[in-house]
Design a protein around this ligand. Sequence first.
Ligand code: NAP
Length: 454
Amino acid sequence: MGIATVNPATSEVIKTFESLTDAEIEIRLQKGQEAFEQYRKTSFEQRSRWMNEAAKVLEEGKEAFGKLMTLEMGKTLKSAIAEVEKCAWVCRFYAENASRFLADVPSQTDASRSFVRYQPLGVVLAVMPWNFPFWQVFRFAAPALMAGNGGLLKHASNVPQCALAIEDIFLQAGFPPGVFQTLLIGADKVAPLMADDRIKAATLTGSEPAGASLAAAAGKQIKKVVLELGGSDPFIVMPSADLDAAIATAVTARMLNNGQSCIAAKRFIVHTDIASEFEHRLVENYQALKVGDPMLPETDIGPLATPGILKDLEDQVKRAVEQGARVLIGGQPASQQGNFYPPTILAEIPVESAIAREEFFGPVAMLFQVANIDTAIQIANSVPFGLGASAWTHNPVEQERFINDLEAGAVFINGLVKSDPRLPFGGIKRSGFGRELGIQGIHEFVNIKTVWMK
Ligand code: NAP
């Protein structure tokens, strides 16, 4: 399937789209460049007004935008509406803080005056995934546009209507035409775009192969990239943890977005002293989840976004079982129509097996038992990823160990790993590089210009 809306709950093809031709891409590139040349001169006050207006458009349309997300990629409607609200938050956050984050930074040197000035780079290409079809885009666009850059969005091919709606939100908010545009194109057009002089930098959220391919294309052209890639986050539970809170969070942490989140807890690493209680209660909680139509308010878990993702997950679970995993719950795709897969828990996967180091992109939890904190940290760090990590303990010495020794872009102690406009977000190792959100996020796509005056 090319660029299309296909309802993942029913497999019905709702609408198909033609990819833009090279001539149409050229028109948008030119329009983006011309818009940027004017837009870069606008004040922070003006950009803030537009960005606050974008927040309003989002809030006023949250039901409709939420339904669009649910229709195209299957997340529950309640979580889709919450996603729209979070997008309004990130718009307001940067509308309020961008001028402070990007103010001149004076420095005492041998000059009579020297300082750093942050300036926009130009048009930035954003290659985005379908799993948080609004949030992933807004967390790039809000800081990038507030910094004075232009944005060109190449969204995932299964969320074209979300992509078009986002372009329209920025237009409705009053941003000049061309400052933010959507390109309905396939992944094959990304490398040629990186070679175009009018694109100054790029960001990609998605899988490792996509990230590597974009980074290679950008590297050839000496262009800056930010990569937000996959993860297999550990969720470590030690004996001093508040078990009620840990178990409640373990459900959300794995099942959020039908299990398709980069920062989902994918590996539960539990101390032997509490392992059997944790396992038993996790099974109970997963059993209670309602799988079904994502538009219904009582549904906890909707379908996976595409048949391909369902197939990959099915294959992974089969391989895990072949390598020794014990299925505690789930383990077989549901027989109903659509891409449904039930909540699944796999225990006793050999730590050294290849499958234990893979990312499961669906509602499948892996459970490991450990006798001490050293083994917990060793297992946590044994994957190629380093995105987030959640550790549950009230022992201050253990807390410090986790903060210092977990290989991750973020460590949350006694809490759910989540993104927050006020804090930087990103990974290390094969989870990518660069940061989004916080002050660090707005500094990614700027020229950090040194000014020296005598
Ligand atoms: P994907 O296949 O990599 O797709 C993501 C985007 O990249 C889509 O727009 C896709 O376009 C494009 N793309 C695919 N191959 C490309 C290539 N060779 N060159 C340039 N662009 C290419 O990712 P996915 O499987 O849909 O998304 C799931 C992955 O994203 C998971 O690994 C997840 O952990 C990760 N993710 C990471 C974060 C984070 O913040 N770190 C957040 C969310 C998701 P088409 O749709 O047209 O193929």
